[in-house]
Design a protein around this ligand. Structure first.
Ligand code: CTP
Ligand code: MG
Length: 236
């Protein structure tokens, strides 16, 4: 398999509330995008890397250049950003030491999960090499999860043993992911907003999605509390 990696970093980081794009926020003197790209390179599987960046950004584009990654302007939603990256995948420069062959598989990774360990990349990539078409890293859920209706009244309690929290990188056979994304343009903006991961679209096609072991370190930097955790772990 020839792997390309998409890092989505075009979000605004509204819940973090720093007033700058989340991927440009620094921990221990490095932007979250730099942490994320170091993780991608350390995994040693990416022949090409594409990064979605916010409109008007210059900081993140400079980071991309240093890692030999192609920067592309993202869209209004995460799924639109992935679409933009998919359309330029094989235009990205080759990483040193990789073959020129076009990508056959793609890993889609959140810049916000910038501390995802090599094991997450490896577990996903190995399952793809073994023939899986869609693979996602997961961890057990610690909270009891309930569903509620529009009036905030509980409608059910799914068995926690059957639930998993989903992380990235998520890995796909490229043709399969392109197929899953092909009719995304038919969604309304409200529907597009509900596409919070890529595997959802594969599930919609009725296709099998395999879970493999993720890692606690692949938590998503979303709220100010997450940034405190990141600083506690990485600033000395
Ligand atoms: N993302 C993207 N394009 C968008 C929205 C999100 O590339 N239009 C990326 C983010 O940069 C992030 C990942 O998707 O790396 C996961 O999204 P999330 O954690 O929601 O980040 P933000 O959208 O930036 O944060 P918020 O929802 O709090 O504004
Ligand atoms: Mg978001």
């Amino acid at each position: 398999a020839v792997f390309a990696v998409i890092v989505v970093a075009a979000g605004s980081g509204s819940r973090l509330g720093r007033g700058i794009p989340k991927a440009a926020v620094e921990v221990a003197g490095k932007t979250l995008l730099q942490w994320a790209l170091e993780g991608v390179i350390a995994a040693g599987i990416a022949s090409r890397v594409v990064v979605t960046v916010p409109a008007g950004d210059t900081v993140l584009r400079q980071v991309c250049e240093r890692f030999g990654a192609l920067a592309v302007e993202g869209g209004a939603t995460r799924s639109e950003s992935v679409t933009a990256a998919l359309s330029v995948l094989n235009e990205a420069p080759l990483q040193t030491g990789f073959s020129e062959s076009p990508a056959t598989s793609v890993l889609v990774h959140d810049a916000a999960r910038c501390f995802a360990p090599v094991s997450s990349f490896k577990n996903v990539a190995e399952a793809l090499v073994a023939g899986e078409k869609a693979v996602i890293p997961v961890v057990p859920v610690v909270d009891t999860i309930k569903s509620v209706d529009v009036k905030q009244v509980v409608t059910g309690t799914p068995a926690r043993s059957e639930l998993r929290a989903v992380q990235t990188p998520q890995g796909f056979d490229l043709a399969t992911l392109l197929d899953a994304y092909s009719d995304l343009s038919s969604l309304s903006p409200e529907e597009a907003e509900t596409v919070t991961d890529d595997a959802m679209l594969i599930e919609t096609l009725g296709m099998r999605v395999l879970t493999v072991a993720g890692h606690a370190d692949a938590f998503k930097v979303t709220t100010p509390l997450d940034l405190v955790l990141a600083q506690a772990l990485y600033e000395h």
